[in-house]
Design a protein around this ligand. Structure first.
Ligand SMILES: O=C(O)CCC(=O)C(=O)O
Length: 318
């Protein structure tokens, strides 16, 4: 037997002795069983109610902390977003207000323009829904000579991007590529358009990225002088037979899109409520041309035509 079981044995003997003395006392006092069962033991009662009070205090404390943490999380969440519930961009078109079909009635082709003043452009085209191609606006751009796959691969591998200025978007389309890093890590054959076809789009989102890329192109000369350009530019790049599926955008403003390289066919479709009043139109944007189209109103689809890699750069303006 070990020492602790010895101590235990002594204690139980003592308890047995005390109990026997109590039973003897009960016997001599002739106390009935029913009286005994009604006796309350104040010490015990006090302890258990004290215990309950402590539990209540602890649980209330935990609840207060949990409620506080939840409120703080909820507050941080809603103040960091512009919307309480983010609607996936693919379903935003379901909730757009119906269009007034005068936007597309009589539009049966894109309008091609050159040498147009900012005033005239503002008066007739800048804020109308008529799609326009300006053919002479990229003559001075370094981008026309320098933008190719290797330019962007070097740029995105080596340029320090600075601070983030807005959201960053990446559209994989059917490429199976999930990020710019994956795009510029693709093997040489695929990058040279002799492997699996690909087409991707992305937005700039860092201060240095935008500043350094904008050194290769200019704000188009025909934009209204008071028009502000967004801080974010859009780029689309990929090979023949690829492009964007038919969709309508939900961006803030109308945009210009410069076809820096390659040839791209565009199909524009009126919004569904105007299908009987308006026509679908199709046209090709040639290298060096700038398309101005309201992609929030016209459904659109693109397809890169056989030949070179297509690179488009664009931006929204207000
Ligand atoms: O240039 C493209 O291929 C797609 C452009 C587009 O879908 C857009 O600007 O919304």
């Amino acid at each position: 037997m070990n020492p602790s079981s010895k101590t235990c044995d002594k204690r139980s003997k003592a308890a047995e002795y005390k109990l026997q003395r109590i039973l003897n006392k009960i016997e001599t006092l002739k106390i009935s069983d029913s009286y005994l069962s009604q006796i309350k033991f104040p010490g015990k009662e006090k302890r258990s109610s004290k215990k309950i009070t402590n539990y209540v205090k602890v649980y209330s404390g935990i609840c207060v902390v949990l409620v506080g943490v939840t409120v703080k999380w909820f507050y941080d969440d809603i103040t960091s977003k512009s919307c309480l519930v983010e609607v996936p961009s693919s379903s935003k078109s379901l909730f757009r207000p119906p269009e007034d079909c005068s936007m597309c009635i009589g539009v049966d082709d894109v309008v091609r323009l050159a040498n147009i003043s900012a005033e005239e452009f503002e008066q007739h085209y800048a804020y109308s829904a008529t799609p326009v191609i300006v053919t002479d606006a990229t003559q001075e751009w370094k981008a026309i000579k320098e933008f190719d796959f290797n330019f962007f691969a070097d740029f995105y591998r080596n340029v320090k991007m600075g601070t983030q200025t807005n959201d960053c978007f990446f559209f994989a389309y059917k490429s199976g590529l999930h990020s710019l890093q994956e795009v510029f890590d693709m093997d040489e054959a695929r990058a040279n358009l002799s492997g699996a076809p690909w087409y991707v789009g992305w937005s700039t989102c860092y201060s240095e990225e935008s500043r350094q890329l904008r050194a290769f192109y200019r704000r188009p000369y025909f934009l209204p002088r008071t028009a502000e350009s967004d801080t974010l530019d859009w780029l689309f790049m990929g090979g023949p037979g690829q492009g964007a599926h038919m969709h309508v955008d939900s961006v803030r403003h109308k945009s210009w899109q410069a076809q820096v390289r390659g040839r791209k066919q565009w199909q524009l479709a009126p919004p569904p409520e105007c299908l009987y009043a308006c026509e679908r139109i199709q046209f090709t944007v040639e290298p060096g041309e700038i398309l101005v189209v309201d992609t929030n109103r016209w459904y659109h689809k693109t397809n890169v035509l056989p030949g070179d890699l297509s690179i488009t750069i664009g931006a929204e303006y207000d």
